[in-house]
Write a protein that binds this ligand. Structure first.
Ligand SMILES: [Fe+2]
Length: 390
């Protein structure tokens, strides 16, 4: 039999319909994978991407992604969509509080097609948004509750039967993503613990600068805030600052603690420390992004620094911040071979070197911080006597 001459229209050919349905299912599958994958991105953006993908797959305007705090009795809202009240502070709800809290306690998916008919939950959520239908699912892995995903709509009956399957798939994928984040964060903490241990070992060798890295990190936090550096970059700045002199671990103790001027060979040994520290960090995947910052902390804004002779904005911003904090701490802490400087003297010296050694914007930000708050808190709990602003 020959082929039919009938030309089928869209929607009349069962094969075409099947293909279209398969294409749509594949598209949703990709969306589910993208949601879990989003969680692998660092910082709060990862949570937000995962939630936005989840909302898009179900086609609802409101979504909330909670994680369970380690104490086990509070859910922390890591990402939200369609809830204007949730800007700013991170909102929390108790386990058993509202729909999401109830799901966390019961560890079972809940579908509410119409809150008016359902009667279990009110039309206004624990976080103050209005919904007429909602679906909430626990995020679990290996028997552990990790969080809750809640999707909602101001319309009743917003969910089709197949949406429930997609939400189940989302929950599985998001749970895996959350567990991966936990492992990565634990790994980062372990690496950081090892490296900070090395930094502490370094300071044990160098009696003169004991506590210097922690103070510089603290100063960098305040300068970074004054410059508008936001999380997670602010945290990376602090970590880089706490490790900025890591490369001195290879410098002999006799050179580090030498009271008099250094000869050219000793100076060369000291000058290697930014590059050595950067090489150490490059070997550690979770800290390798800090290598250029540590490498650049002795560069000068006007050029002529080391090891690369960079200048201006060619020097990473975080290196320029560390350079200023490093210099302030060195000037304020007592040294056996010179008299202490007052804060005013130290600030005046920084301003004098602004544009040549230091980035003027950073010096200006530090001046603002010290003028507003003093600098005693940089040295907490034991501020040196010089830390008074006149
Ligand atoms: Fe240094």
């Amino acid at each position: 039999m020959g082929k039919s001459s009938h030309v089928v229209g869209f929607g009349e050919d069962p094969d075409w319909d099947t293909g279209r349905a398969a294409g749509a299912a594949f598209g949703r599958l990709r969306g589910v994978v993208a949601a879990g994958h989003g969680l692998l991105e660092q910082g709060t953006e990862g949570y937000q991407k995962a939630l936005e993908s989840s909302c898009a797959q179900i086609g609802v305007p409101v979504g909330l992604l909670f994680i369970l705090r380690p104490e086990g009795d509070t859910l922390e809202l890591m990402a939200s969509q369609g809830i204007p009240c949730c800007q700013g502070d991170v909102p929390t709800i108790g386990v058993q509080e509202g729909l999401s809290g109830w799901v966390a306690a019961a560890r079972t998916m809940v579908v509410v097609n119409d809150v008016e008919d359902d009667g279990r939950f009110g039309p206004v959520s624990a976080l103050g948004y209005r919904r007429l239908s909602a679906i909430s699912v626990p995020l679990e892995h290996d028997g552990d509750l990790l969080g809750v995903l809640t999707l909602a709509s101001p319309q009743p009956n917003a969910f089709a039967t197949e949406d429930l399957l997609v939400v189940e798939a989302l929950a599985t994928n998001l749970s895996l993503g959350l567990r991966c984040r936990e492992y990565r964060e634990a790994e980062a903490r372990n690496y950081l613990g090892i490296i900070r241990g090395l930094a502490t070992a370094l300071e044990a060798k160098d009696a003169v600068t004991r506590g210097h890295s922690a103070r510089v990190a603290h100063m960098c936090h305040h300068i970074g805030l004054a410059l508008g550096v936001e999380q997670p970059a602010l945290e990376r700045l602090e970590v880089a600052a706490s490790l900025h002199d890591l490369g001195k671990i290879g410098v002999p103790e006799a050179v580090l603690n030498k009271p008099g001027p250094l000869d050219s060979h000793e100076l060369e040994l000291i000058r290697r420390h930014p590059a050595v520290g950067a090489e150490m960090l490059e070997e550690i995947p979770l800290l390798s992004d800090l290598a250029p910052v540590v490498r650049g902390h002795h560069e000068r804004f006007g050029g002529g620094g080391y090891p690369d002779g960079l200048e201006g904005h060619g020097i990473p911003l975080h290196s320029r911040i560390i350079a200023v904090a490093d210099a302030l701490d060195a000037m304020l802490m007592p040294r056996p071979y010179r008299r202490d400087r007052t804060v005013d003297e130290a600030l005046a010296e920084l301003r004098e070197c602004s544009g040549t050694h230091f980035d003027p914007r950073v010096v200006e930000a530090l001046t603002r911080v010290v003028t507003a708050e003093g600098c005693g808190h940089f040295f907490s709990p034991l501020p040196p006597a010089c830390c008074t602003v006149t």
